[in-house]
Design a protein around this ligand. Structure first.
Ligand code: SF4
Length: 762
């Protein structure tokens, strides 16, 4: 680390950035006296990937964070970003390997040799007794791209199993599938800078201010320049509160809404005939369907006033330049791909793509949601966004890896299906990295029962998640600050994270752990990487010629440029910030319209379960909460979950509300607010145990993307007796209790406005 860090200037924290901003805060003058290295990196959390400096003290400790005037975030960070550094030296860190002697035993400290020998011997035993595919791998999109490449290669070449998938399957795959169907490539069309040139912004199912907070500064920049804002969401989110038009559609009806908008756009002649004729295929079929969704019919399905459809169509249809974005709200549905396609149909019909201020994008949830789905850890994919069932793609990658094409496994199943295969014994052993399905997967009780069928389970993480706590072996890895590598943000921009410190205790980088397992399996020669950069150098070659071509990217270029938008097919190529200026990624260069019929959600409401339950995030926490439920200020800000209910349901603020679905129940304090629909309740999903929202969600999957339908299931709400306490996150045996996390059980404040929402005291 010493030599790596010595290449960064020892300067006063933040001075250079604040000088550029022509400010000299008192705090910085004080900091000028101290000697601290500032290591440039990016945040570990969401798909915005804000630039930041980690402050590293003379003894090598990561001691703080400073904003960085990076192109993406211009010196801004959100509450998660400014506290992310607190993970690094957190007392809950996993500092050494843990093993369990038999299912009934406790986890105990082990040496690396003992733990790794056990992992290798269990892999060999299970694969010998039950076949290669009996061992599955579950990876993550918070990992750097190098690790995601490594995991795909390790599964296919090291384990020779077809069963690998990743937790982006719970996140961005509906958008990915829609983009492939419509554009032939899966990447956001525009840099966010384009928002500053647009006239109308449409956000659907995207709680920007809480889930991707720093993206808001692009919205405000566009607003300052006169852009109008439309928000489509069942809840009046913080972004929706500021919109020119908020459309509170009923959960699970987005496709009907956008078909209705297209109906009006076509009726009024606001379509772009030239664009449709010259650059698209399939308009007539889409128009025929849209004609059946007149505003009255669409509004009836969506539970809204038809005028909202007319007004949306007018604002969008009459704009010279417009941009549409969506996120999990429309994607986390069994109709998620189709929902995204209806927005793309609107974009294509009005020619709003392919130039500055005209465009479309999905907002990735995880830090490397985009890069994590490009280089081979997805069940159906090989590096470079290649198709694992395409003969030419298979040949290229098997030649590149030096194996026979016949040895390369074919597609496996998706993440939730992979866990469900444990029920039948098809999956008997499982290796997982940095994910927490006990909290994050739908119908969580079933998920936990599936894991109980496993013969062997190894989990790699830096905190002991709820899922890791039941593993047979737990291997401690580094945090993002201790590993380094590249990520690709929601715009498609590849950026470089620098390693700021050595992994704490006996923790080791992901690539070291996988390499040492490979050694024990006798395939170490394929995984003899000495650094994360050496993996990137191999990845460049593996991606060459693919859709996601990174071959022209080097660490040095990322260092000098601050980031490059893929594809970058040569080292003298400048990158591709805006796609589709001249052609789409089909052989004829034209985009595809896709006709979509709306269908009701998998689980419609009925007399027994008359209310729609929808789930989502809150600003202080991230995904399954394994990182953020341990950070004091974040726990103080939002100690535990709540249920958001409309005043018409008759609860008083703070009342215990029992929410019951066909799969489970939960009793949470009421947040009574008129910013949610009367027929819908909302629960944030970051908490575990008896307060996990996913105890109630339905495990229906989209038939193609296999994304779970988190955003809508049927439930009933009734007055409960006692609010269910939220358990603190688990820790290794012998670790001190996490006092901050205990707030989740002892803080009796009622949920209120600081948790991100306006409240009604009625
Ligand atoms: Fe991190 Fe996202 Fe917040 Fe930026 S907006 S600081 S990337 S969590």
């Amino acid at each position: 680390m010493g030599s790596e860090l010595s290449s960064f200037p020892v300067i006063a924290p933040g001075i250079s950035d604040f000088r550029q901003a022509e400010a000299s805060p008192e705090g910085d003058r004080r900091a000028e006296a101290s000697e601290i290295s500032l290591v440039p990196t990016h945040c570990c959390y969401c798909g915005v990937q804000c630039g930041m400096y980690l402050k590293v003290a003379g003894d090598g400790r990561v001691a703080g964070v400073e904003p960085r005037n990076h192109d993406i975030n211009k010196g801004k960070l959100c509450p998660k970003g400014v506290t992310a550094y607190q993970q690094v030296n957190h007392p809950d860190r996993l500092l050494y390997p843990l093993v369990r002697d038999g299912r009934g035993g406790e986890l105990r400290r082990a040496t690396w040799d003992e733990a790794l020998d056990r992992v290798a011997s269990e892999i060999l035993r299970i694969q010998t007794e039950h076949g290669r595919d009996a061992f599955g791998v579950y990876s993550g999109s918070s990992l750097v791209t190098e690790t995601t490449y490594l995991m795909g290669k390790f599964a296919r070449v090291g384990l020779k199993t077809k069963h690998i998938d990743y937790n982006g399957r719970l996140c961005m795959v509906s958008a990915a599938a829609a983009n492939k169907k419509a554009f032939g490539i899966d990447r956001a069309a525009n840099p966010w800078q384009d928002m500053l040139s647009t006239q109308v912004m449409l956000f659907a199912g995207a709680n920007v201010a809480e889930c991707f907070p720093v993206m808001s500064h692009y919205v405000w920049g566009a607003r300052d320049r006169g852009a109008k804002l439309i928000v489509v969401d069942p809840r009046e989110t913080p972004l929706a509160r500021t919109a020119d038009l908020h459309v509170p559609v009923r959960p699970g009806t987005d496709a009907a809404f956008f078909n209705g908008v297209l109906h009006v756009v076509a009726r009024e002649g606001w379509i772009d005939d030239v664009f449709i004729a010259e650059r698209t295929v399939g308009w007539e079929d889409v128009l025929a369907v849209a004609r059946t969704y007149d505003p009255a019919r669409a509004a009836e399905i969506c539970g809204i006033d038809p005028d909202l459809i007319e007004r949306t169509a007018r604002m969008w249809g009459t704009a010279e330049r417009a941009m549409a974005f969506h996120a999990r709200g429309i994607e986390h549905q069994a109709l998620g791909v189709e929902n995204a396609l209806t927005i793309i149909n609107l974009v294509l019909a009005t020619g709003q793509i392919g130039s500055e201020g005209k465009g479309y994008g999905t907002i990735t949830g995880q830090g490397n949601g985009q890069g994590g789905r490009e280089h081979g850890q997805k069940a159906d994919q090989l590096p470079g966004a290649r198709d694992i069932e395409n003969a030419e793609h298979r040949r290229f990658i098997s030649d590149f890896w030096g194996i026979e094409e016949t040895e390369l496994p074919h597609a496996g199943v998706s993440a939730v299906e992979l866990v469900h295969l444990m029920e039948t014994g098809e999956i008997r052993g499982f290796l997982a990295l940095c994910n927490n399905p006990f909290v994050s997967m739908p119908n969580a009780s079933r998920i936990q029962a599936c894991y109980e069928q496993l013969e062997f389970h190894v989990q790699v993480d830096f905190f002991l998640s709820e899922t890791a706590a039941r593993a047979d072996v737990v291997l401690p890895c580094g945090t993002w600050a201790e590993e380094g590598g590249t990520t690709t943000n929601a715009e498609g921009r590849v950026t470089l994270r620098h390693k700021a410190a050595e992994p704490l205790g006996e923790a080791r980088p992901d690539w070291w752990i996988i390499g040492r397992i490979a050694d024990r399996l006798g395939v170490g020669d394929k995984f003899s990487f000495g650094s994360v950069e050496s993996i990137f150098e191999e990845l460049r070659g593996a991606s060459k010629g693919g859709l996601a071509d990174y071959s022209g990217i080097t660490y040095q270029r990322l260092e000098e440029s601050g980031g490059l938008f893929w594809p970058v097919p040569r080292e003298d190529h400048p990158g591709t910030p805006r796609l589709f200026e001249e052609r789409f990624e089909f052989p004829d260069g034209r985009a595809r319209f896709n006709a979509v019929e709306w269908h009701p959600p998998t689980e419609p409401v009925d007399a027994e379960y008359p209310v729609r339950l929808t789930t989502g995030r809150t600003v202080a926490h991230f995904l399954s909460g394994n990182q953020t439920r341990r950070i004091g200020t974040l726990v103080e800000q939002t100690p535990r979950p709540w249920v958001e209910v409309h005043p018409s349901l008759g609860f008083a603020p703070g009342d215990p509300v029992r929410v019951v679905s066909r799969r489970g129940e939960i009793t949470l304090p009421a947040l009574v607010t008129d910013t949610i629909r009367e027929d819908t309740v909302f629960i944030p999903y970051h908490w575990a145990g008896a307060t996990a929202a996913n105890l109630m969600t339905v495990d229906a999957l989209h038939p193609v993307s296999k994304i779970p339908e988190y955003k809508v299931c049927a439930c009933r709400v009734e007055r409960g007796t006692e609010i269910t306490p939220s358990p603190p996150p688990p820790n290794p045996p012998g670790s001190p209790a996490n006092e901050a996390a205990a707030l989740a059980t002892t803080d009796l404040r009622q949920p209120s406005a600081p948790q991100g929402r306006g409240t009604s005291e009625t």
